[in-house]
Design a protein around this ligand. Sequence first.
Ligand code: MIC
Ligand code: SF4
Length: 645
Amino acid sequence: MKGTIVQQILREHLVSGEVEPGREIGIRIDQTLTQDATGTTAYLQFEALGLDRVCAELSVSYVDHNTLQTGYENADDHRFLQSIAAKRGSYFSRPGNGICHQVHLERFGQPGKTLLGSDSHTPTAGGLGMLAIGAGGLDVALATAGMPFYLRVPEVLGVELVGKLPDWVSAHDVILYLLEQLSVSGGVGKVLEYHGPGVATLDVPQRATITNMGAELGATTSVFPSDEVTRGFLRAQGREEDWISVVAEDNAEYEQEMTVDLGQLEPMIAQPHSPDNVVPVAKLVGMPVDQVCIGSCTNSSLQEMMTVAAILRGHKVADKVNLTISPGSRQVLTMLARNGALGDMVAAGARVLESACGPCIGMGQAPAGNAVSVRSFNRNFPGRSGTRSAEIFLASPAVCAATAVAGELTDPRTLGRPPIIEIPEHFSFDDAMIIPPDSEPQRVEIIYGPNIKPVPRQEPLADTVEGQILLKVGDNVSTDDVVPAGAAILRLRSNIPAISRHVFEGIDETFAARAQAQGGGVILGGDNYGQGSSREHAALAPAYLGVKAVLAVSFARIHCANLINFGILPIEISEQDYERCEQGDEIRIDDVRASIKASRPLTMTNLTKDFEFTGSCALAEREAEVVLAGGALNRARQDLSARSN
Ligand code: MIC
Ligand code: SF4
């Protein structure tokens, strides 16, 4: 990775270790972000550390996920987050101000800096030349407290872009193409670093669409250079002083390389139920569609919204289609309102929603039973929309808008010449909905609602782990499977005992009750276990139910870190052993502490089928200490008290 942007930023922020692929390093984090669905636990954990003030250069707490207020819970969470931000020194982006990633790109992101966010799409800011990484809330709480963030040095996949996107082909098609090529696990352990002459043809929001959805490749993050285009974007946001040039050296060495000719791409679509199940739109043209949803942190820029408005102008949404549009930030929504584009959307019959995640996370707008929904979003895992029987497709805003009008999947290239959309020289920015920290923090009281429960603490790891395989699942199980999204469950994010009743309910609704009755157990998973979101609830809630270990063929990065953070052993096993073990089998793991300390493989016995097998729990020294201590919070408290003595 010599001379790459990744190496340069990692080196500049290095606190411990060596920047060699596969090694664990600690890096200094300049900025942190949280959103409300992960932020309440993150800030509860920050409080548990006992610090008065946040220590990162900048911390922003966004409210964008849990914005439906059908009961008091979400509003209570917002009030808690606002009060704790004021007291502890974070900026607070109020509900209605927009989706965290879109607002961060517009108002805070800075080339060359590091950003850690408790949301898997934090890499959106990579479009500005930042090293922006998604992590669990606890890791973000620790970084907010000024502690290093630990990660294994990823390999750098250099993606050379050549050519220029043809008419009607968008940034979303670039990343869908990469997903088709590389699959949802193709980016695991890697950072995608973009370079080449095609980079200059993409504006910052287009770059951000590509880095945003790099999360679906399982990548640690994705990054673009910071060049004159970046400078122009920051100037238009009134923050040219935040610009620095960040480019790879001429002789940069990438561990892997690929080239994408932008000029050869065409509109693409991901079919149910995985973001990598991609085909050209042309193949499915004519498919009847019931719902179209436009927005999300992937595709919310002014430019994309203007394209949508231009397609809708003078047309009506087809009779059988419901069209929702959620512009990603108040800045974008204000500009659409002022330039008349919003009027075109409303006149066409779009249901315009607030600037928030909305349907992307099942926060309302669940489709009808068995409905076909085409969305400009990034994930289509089963059940995420709120309707398990629905078929969710992912496509660009232009495909979505053309489809909404026609009532069937439409290739926008049949619409004639595309609208010409100029990037504004000045965005109409106004930070009135971002509340700075209080100047008299001692006077601020943190307001806890009754649904906000302390984060349960774990016991140090035992020497023998024994339990039943409570559930056997297949490959690519997502955290949406472990702790489902949707309005009904999201409101329980600050209440671990309550949310734990929903663990795995989409796969097996008896799971939580069985786990509790058995006093815990283990989970058996296939390849890429825990892909998708960064929600630490997918580790915390099973831990609360007594799950001690997950045996899987391989793990997704953020989820694996979350398991470690909450004292659950992530054990990699062979495919043969995965096949041999069944749900209901009793498993015993002996000598756990000694094996972990000595980095030895773990010896396990399947007591039901009477055979021994081994698994690897290849933890770095620090990770081993965390697991042995029963989680990162226990470990961090030990560190902080050692520091103050
Ligand atoms: C998502 O897109 O799945 C989320 C909701 O934004 C999550 C975070 C969460 O579960 O709260 C993510 O991507 O990390
Ligand atoms: Fe919000 Fe969807 Fe983006 Fe997650 S992927 S941050 S739910 S808009």
